[in-house]
Design a protein around this ligand. Structure first.
Ligand SMILES: N[C@H](CCC[C@H](N)C(=O)O)C(=O)O
Length: 290
């Protein structure tokens, strides 16, 4: 199969983007892994597939596959920014704001005049079943009206994590110096911890001040990426609920800067949506034979 693709990146989180708006694309996990493979294929953290929407009032369907496993996942924030850049550059839409549906979410993606992209990432979900996270037998460590959960790792290490879903599962721990955090050692242990039956994205958060953080994320099925959009949202939401952060936070990732806004409780009830703003660039177009 000859396949045209576009390579894109958002804050260094990189993607192979495929246009399936004219005809459905049914790629096998092995073909998806080939696209994600940095030696035997194109190389990308995730593969994004653009499809026509399945319901009224929505412009496109947005499917995401982790490049290392070929498994489909629920959400990709950096990918969402690239998604709207892609549909604009390919003339699939002339709207500056598009609404896209994912397996479990509805997002609004907006091209800004300053060249960045803003995404309404929808509302965070704190119910443990949404991740899922199994807290049985754990005593939470409450802080600021939220809680952290002591996760027992190897060699007697216990890490306090805040857990929440942005459509995909996140566990966030605070560190003093993100550059020296043992992400390679602790990331895989948190990602695959038995209390996360569908595994989890592990965020390592350094609070610089109430409006600025540094973040590294060991992503589920991808390892450490240069940036994780849903991870940045999850880290800021956790930091706000734990009392460490204000409503607007600049997130420094190894691949670039993301701006996250979250008002917390929604006056109309429930939680407000999370807004993320950041870069989205096309790197090159190509063809590959799978
Ligand atoms: N590895 C993630 C999906 C990609 C998320 C990340 N690239 C983002 O920008 O949100 C997961 O398995 O949930």
């Amino acid at each position: 199969m000859r396949l045209r693709f576009t390579k894109m990146q958002g804050a260094g989180n990189d993607f192979v983007v495929l246009d399936a708006t004219d005809a459905p694309l049914a790629l096998s996990p092995a073909q998806l892994r080939r696209l994600g493979d940095r030696r035997f294929g194109v190389g990308a953290d995730q593969i994004l597939v653009v499809e026509r929407a399945t319901r009224p009032g929505v412009d496109f369907r947005y499917r995401i596959f982790n490049g290392a496993s070929g498994d489909e996942v629920e959400h990709c924030g950096n990918g969402a920014r690239c998604f709207v850049r892609y549909v604009h550059e390919r003339g699939l839409s002339d709207k500056r704001s598009v609404r896209v549906e994912t397996v479990n979410n509805l997002l609004t993606l907006t091209l800004r005049d300053d060249g960045r992209v803003s995404v309404d990432m929808n509302r965070p979900v704190f119910e443990h079943a949404a991740l899922p996270f199994v807290a049985d037998g754990l005593a939470p460590r409450p802080l600021g009206g939220f809680e952290r959960w002591p996760l027992a790792l190897g060699d007697g290490v216990v890490v306090d994590v805040a857990v929440l879903s942005m459509g995909n599962p996140h566990a966030v721990c605070r560190v003093d110096d993100v550059a020296r955090a043992p992400v390679a050692e602790l990331g895989p242990q948190i990602e695959a911890h038995e209390r996360f039956p569908r595994r989890v994205n592990a965020g390592f958060l350094e609070v610089v001040d109430r409006g600025r953080v540094k973040l590294r994320v060991y992503e589920r099925d991808a390892g450490e990426t240069l940036a994780c959009g849903t991870g940045a949202c999850a880290a800021v939401v956790a930091g706000i609920r734990l009392g460490w952060l204000d409503a607007r936070v600049e997130v420094e990732t190894r691949g670039g800067l993301l701006a996250i806004d979250w008002a917390g409780a929604d006056p109309a009830g429930g939680w407000a949506p999370v807004w993320m703003t950041g870069p989205a660039e096309t790197v090159f177009d190509g063809e590959i034979t799978l």
